[in-house]
Ligand binder design. Sequence first.
Ligand code: C2E
Ligand code: MG
Ligand code: MG
Length: 341
Amino acid sequence: FILLLPGVDANGAAKVARELIEAVALPCQYEVHELIATPSTGIALYPEGGEDMETLSTHADAAMYQAKQAGRNDFRFFTPAMQHDSVRHLRLATDLRHALGRNELILNYQPQIAMQNGRVIGAEALLRWQHPELGLISPAEFIPIAENSGLIIAIGEWVLRTAAAQAKAWLDTGQTEFVMAVNLSAVQFRHAELLQRISAILKETGLPAQALELELTEAVAMDDPQAAVAVMDRLHEHGIRMSIDDFGTGYSSLSYLKRFKVYKLKIDQSFVRDIGSDPEDKAIVTAIINMASSLGMHTIAEGVETAEQLAFLRLHGCDEVQGYYFSKPLPAEAFGEFLKN
Ligand code: C2E
Ligand code: MG
Ligand code: MG
């Protein structure tokens, strides 16, 4: 809907937007369902926000997108920076629909190393989108878009299948004890058929369940910890390992953490970065390692870039490491070479 408000200033427009949102947000009854709308409103002011109808409308649209992204049920005024963001966002959302079919998605693999003997014990599969015109796009940018559009289910399934088949191939070349870690999005984790889909993929690719590890971020696990406990229990019963990604950034409840059937905590790279100089980061990393060990969990440090960081982690009993110090994420073929060497 477009609303024209002649003769109001920014305050007036904000007041109308607020009243409108309140009115539309009232619950309404449809058969047995109570429906709740969460309207998002964008506002463009004449003449700063555009001098003709088309420009004003496009700019109000961009502001509306921002309101949606910020959690809906709110309004935003247009600012010039929004223009660029929303054009790119719309473009990515449209193009992502064809990315799978056009083979534009690629997996890279980053080695995970055992501290004890320096051996490669597995890899993390990291998704890349090679856009034909915009170039390489980071998962941090397109995963949220895929989650909003529901495309993440199909994309996530492709990731699981591709990574599982690749892990099976490396296991078959004589690599014993190889575990493939795959990132799971919030939408996938809450999907009712998660377990069936994973079981089907394991069967199809011939990968043993214990060679797959699912990474769930701490924020997602703690968002609804009770539900997370139930899903983790079921995966655990089927021999599928879980780890908690970006650990330390997501406000863990320790009483839930001990109920999570997780194999590993991945210490977030933000703590590892300044481990050499920042006494607080040192304390946090040491505390995570000790806590994990008392709870019977392994630890892996992410984002290890220097020998100094490695030495600190080794000294404090971190089990595994991953980071540029050993290798950047590599295309499958290059990872195969890395394994051989
Ligand atoms: P993450 O799972 O925490 O992955 C670690 C990120 O740190 C990766 O970024 C990796 O390339 C980067 N990294 C690894 N070592 C170092 C290092 O030594 N220094 C620095 N500065 N960075 C390092 P990437 O590949 O851009 O992925 C970003 C995030 O996107 C991932 O964070 C993960 O949350 C998400 N993601 C990636 N692939 C997938 C996927 O297949 N599915 C889902 N749902 N999410 C994915
Ligand atoms: Mg990860
Ligand atoms: Mg991480």
